[in-house]
Design a protein around this ligand. Structure first.
Ligand code: GLN
Length: 279
């Protein structure tokens, strides 16, 4: 089979499962990952005969995509803030809106800062901040050792230093240090919101990174606020990614916990997605 034939086969098989632009983008990601071809190379090498082992990989991938598996888990990598990240089912796939949170944090131009990322997952926030701010001392916590293994790989891959610590934020009573910035994107999806979500998330991404119980959906935020109120430096700023339907409740919580200058921001989809505040 030639590359052009493979492309045609791939597109035909996935028609009806995904919009055609998405199928194109999957093909581009896979040819980049497995043949090292850019989009341009695909047309330049259209008549090249593809080795049979690559054909088999594409066939298997078509089946996985039909079962809604995220392309990022299939190739084992993604990009966040222009940087490469390894991902597997132990970590959430970094979201584009979370890049906006990093952007917001970076608007604060102090260079030598201590930063803490709580619930780091793939390490995306901590590593992007460390990469953009070489003077910063970045620490990142997660409850999952498996997630931390991936996060450590990502720090190595991006040649940045981050201290990773296994921590259950719901049970610790103290943090390792005092920080200029504390940031977290904790689980915030409630049962009632699952019906709005797609199988690629529901069936494949880690429950522990996404879901919270209906009866106390802000429990991670409450625990982090209690710790942050003792571990933010006087001029420090606390940043959260939040559930778009709970921004009012978030503001009340931050207010009750004694924080000031509470500022909610929308993401590029126009949804209340981030909040920051100071002591
Ligand atoms: N924004 C993510 C999603 O919709 C949820 C991230 C989180 O729970 N922290 O899948």
């Amino acid at each position: 089979m030639t590359l052009a034939e493979l492309k045609n086969y791939f597109e035909t098989e996935l028609t009806g499962f995904y919009p055609s632009e998405e199928v194109q983008s999957f093909f581009n990601i896979l040819t980049q990952a497995w043949l090292g071809y850019s989009r341009m190379d695909i047309s330049l090498n259209a008549s090249e005969v593809i080795p049979s082992e690559i054909n088999i990989k594409f066939k298997n991938t078509i089946e996985r995509l039909k079962r809604s598996e995220p392309i990022q888990y299939i190739v084992g990598s993604t990009e966040f803030y222009g940087l490469p990240f390894v991902v597997n089912q132990d970590t959430l796939i970094p979201r584009p809106e979370t890049e906006e949170l990093v952007e917001w944090i970076l608007e604060d131009k102090r260079n030598k800062v201590k930063i803490l990322d709580i619930g780091t997952g793939s390490g995306c926030i901590a590593i992007a901040l460390a990469g953009m701010n070489p003077e910063a001392e970045v620490t990142a916590l997660d409850i999952s050792e498996k997630a931390l293994d991936i996060a450590r790989k990502n720090a190595d891959l991006n040649e940045v230093e981050v201290s990773f610590l296994q921590t259950d934020i719901l049970t610790v009573t103290t943090l390792p240090d005092h920080y200029d910035i504390i940031v977290s994107n904790p689980p915030y999806v409630r049962e009632q919101e699952k019906k709005l979500m797609h199988d690629n998330v529901l069936l494949y991404e880690p429950d522990s990174a996404l879901y919270v119980s209906e009866d106390d959906p802000l429990k991670f935020y409450r625990a982090i606020c209690k710790l942050a109120s003792h571990h933010l430096k006087p001029e420090g700023v606390l940043f959260f990614e939040i559930n778009e339907y709970l921004s009012k409740e978030m503001v009340s919580l931050l207010d009750e916990e004694g924080f000031h200058n509470i500022d909610v921001r929308r993401d590029f989809r126009g949804k209340d997605r981030f909040v920051n505040c100071t002591l």
